[in-house]
Design a protein around this ligand. Structure first.
Ligand code: SF4
Length: 314
């Protein structure tokens, strides 16, 4: 089949070369005078946009927002393979942020993203690795080029964000994008129409190094304990028990902060918060902590075991 790449038994990639050329064309078309701000996460999508920006020959600087709950394998990978990527430290870490907000971040109240991840790139044209493939919600809301005259990721800014398609070569629209270099962010998503298969084929075809966590079965890389991963959150705690302990410590301080301010709370202990946060029944939570204890023993992390029982036996 000319123009198609066969990946698996039933999987065919249609015209990867065409998609690469299209992505490069997008990057070249909208290259700003001051160069792009490449939002780098170290994940598979961002290593692809990094490579495409290099192939396009466009000017760009890349930035990684440290969230303080980053997988250590990911930060090591970025340091080793992308030493020129600027690592931006947030003014507050996740643990202090939880105490400050007096509630844990949830799927609906993702205050940590706006504080820890999405602060950079004001007044710049940002390249992201956002893809329609990632979620059906994004497919309906993200475009290949977006601009945000409000310069933020706030609710108002997102509601006011306007967008363009590159599907036709409308000169008038191109000029409009170029003339919008005023306040705020412009966002270009050059691989928005790529699937996971396109991404992996590109990585393999161009022999691009990727984070080892993918070979360990991780589908997506990101913050440890992120609520967006649903039930899979427990796998982060099995793999990194210290992160579970850090969240417990933060929840203890958070409850104190709530009590100090006289806020109504039904949580008495950090475990109450944790059990609610990871949506487990009493039995599920007991089973979870039993498994965690076994893992701590196996991995020689016995020093964390006391936190499994702290406050629960009082
Ligand atoms: S934990 Fe999840 S919601 Fe919070 S900053 Fe990280 S990705 Fe965003």
């Amino acid at each position: 089949m000319k123009g198609q790449l066969i990946i698996g038994e039933n999987e065919v990639i249609d015209d990867l070369d065409y998609r690469v050329k299209t992505a490069i064309k997008r990057l070249k078309t909208f290259e700003p005078k001051d160069g792009y701000y490449l939002a780098f996460s170290g994940g598979k999508d961002s290593i692809v946009i990094y490579a495409l920006a290099q192939m396009a020959g466009v000017k760009f600087d890349s930035h990684y927002a440290i969230t303080t709950v980053d997988p250590p394998e990911l930060t090591r990978f970025i340091k080793k393979y992308y030493p020129s990527v600027e690592r931006i430290r947030p003014e507050i870490n996740m643990w202090d942020l939880i105490v400050k907000k007096k509630m844990p971040p949830t799927r609906r109240v993702r205050y940590c993203c706006s504080t820890l991840k999405e602060g950079g790139g004001n007044q710049r044209t940002i390249i992201t690795g956002v893809r329609w493939d990632e979620s059906s919600r994004r497919k309906n809301t993200r475009k290949d080029v977006e601009y945000d005259t409000y310069g933020s990721q706030s609710k108002v800014a997102k509601e006011k964000r306007e967008s363009f398609y590159l599907l036709n070569d409308n000169d008038e629209k191109r000029r409009m994008i170029e003339s919008c270099v005023v306040k705020g962010k412009h966002i270009i998503n050059p691989i928005i129409d790529w699937t996971d298969s396109h991404v992996w084929q590109f990585i393999k075809q161009y022999n691009i190094a990727y984070c080892e966590l993918y070979d360990q079965g991780h589908k997506r890389l990101g913050c440890l304990g992120c609520q967006l991963q649903g039930k899979n959150i427990v796998n982060d705690f099995y793999m990194y028990p210290y992160v579970y302990v850090q969240y417990l410590k933060a929840f203890t301080r958070m409850i104190k902060a709530r009590n100090d301010e006289g806020l109504v709370t039904e949580w008495n202990t950090a475990h109450d918060v944790m059990q609610w946060w990871i949506t487990m029944t009493d039995k599920e939570y007991i089973d979870f902590t039993v498994k965690l204890k076994e893992i701590m023993i196996q991995n020689n992390k016995k020093r964390y075991i006391k936190y499994l029982y702290q406050e629960r036996e009082e």
